[in-house]
Design a protein around this ligand. Sequence first.
Ligand SMILES: [Zn+2]
Length: 511
Amino acid sequence: PDRVVLPSVTNKPGKDPRTITFHPVPVVKGRLNFLNTDIDNGKATYELLRDTINNFALPKFHVRTPMTLLRKLIEQNIISKARARLSLQPIQRSDAHLLDSLISTLVHNSLRFKYPPSPDILNLPIPFNGLGFSSIEPARHEQRSVTAAITGPATAVFSISGRAASILHGEVFAQIAAFTVAHRDRDSRLYSDHLLTTTLLERYTSRPDFEHRIRRMNARSYYRWLFALAEQHRDEGLHSQYTPGHSAAVDLPAALNGFADHYATHAQRHRDDLPAAPTPSFAMDDYTFWTAQDGWVEASMRDFYSHHRARQQGRSLASGRGGRMAAILYAGPRPEYPYTRAYASYSAAVQLYARSGQLPTARTLSQRNRSIVCMSPMCRHGCVAVEDDYHVFVACPRYAVFRLESAAELARRIRRRVLPALTDAQSAGIIAASETFYNDGDLWPTTHAMYFLGLTPKLAGLIPRAAFTSNTSYRMCVSACEVDWHYAAIRLAGRIWGDFQSEAAKRHGGL
Ligand SMILES: [Zn+2]
């Protein structure tokens, strides 16, 4: 019905409040609200989360809001709410990506830098040289293997290889296995909790119709194989029938389904010993994507690659951007503390913008300047050099004292760390390198110093392995030194940028 009639009372003066009147109330169809979340309405959830982010008022500080505090506030007030909503009603990936950009804008507005940072770098985990903010867009799935199980007169469990394999492949392959072993001339039942597969087999008996239905579906080669087998069973033989999974019913289908689930789950622990399910390359499209890591990919490439966004992103961030994010070439260990806990986290904020390539140096300002007034890209401290990040942090003599002080402190720290284990001669290399950690040199993969991006060269070559009794103690010493370098690097970058900005502000104020 379009309307239902509901009883109502009134408190208007002059009317008897005991009189019950009836009003027709329009019915909203196709909408289900559960725990305050519109079910099956991703747009509504997206809009709700968007408004939550846009209306989120950060507490006002007379100093810049520390980034570590921002992280906590956003985690507690936005991400946790979003997670709860999204567990009830997922939204489209593109919408989730937009929400992540909004959060990035929120962070940007509180940090008060000139150009916005890259949301990708804000969300990239700290070990990948990102800032490790939680993102709304889900990361790619953990690598796991898929198992398929059938049970009945006999039981078999198979593993399905390739990272592109999903639960779906497992479900369809289990049916393939059953149709393969079942007698073609004996009437029998196959119970499956995979509704789509059983429905497809019930509904389609002609091969062209079936082909038309599945031609763009993920796992279509498995469906084709299954259909060919099911054709052999059409008259007598095996017929598949849907039975709800994880049901509380105590009947044969539910019991068999429970057993098959049990085998499939428990076989995960022995997945290396399981027989591998054959790949139905004979039923694939003429051209099918394949990669060494993923195996055959029949899903739409767009969906597939959005699933693997983080991996792809790490790679694309690494290759472009003037090598700013080529983290793989540099030392691995990165401390979390300055990004997640430290009270004064200006250094972390500078890292976010430096790694995003968004620090307003004269070069960047002049490139983006759209006014008629010509803006020089040269160093504003009078050097005959373009004022880019590299010049400011590595070359400009204005910050020479900062660099020397910072390097002396790092060298002291490194000396304290290595001297119990190393002799003076053995420690000379690492200590000398620490005294000039901000400088270009062969230690750096590109010979250019990249310390201001939170990158540290690998230090193992500077510390003699022979001085240690075990690989473990050696590696611990090397990573401890690399972490010391990381701290020194981001602190120095923060200190230089703080001075740079206050100078720029003074100039701007006409002083
Ligand atoms: Zn300069």
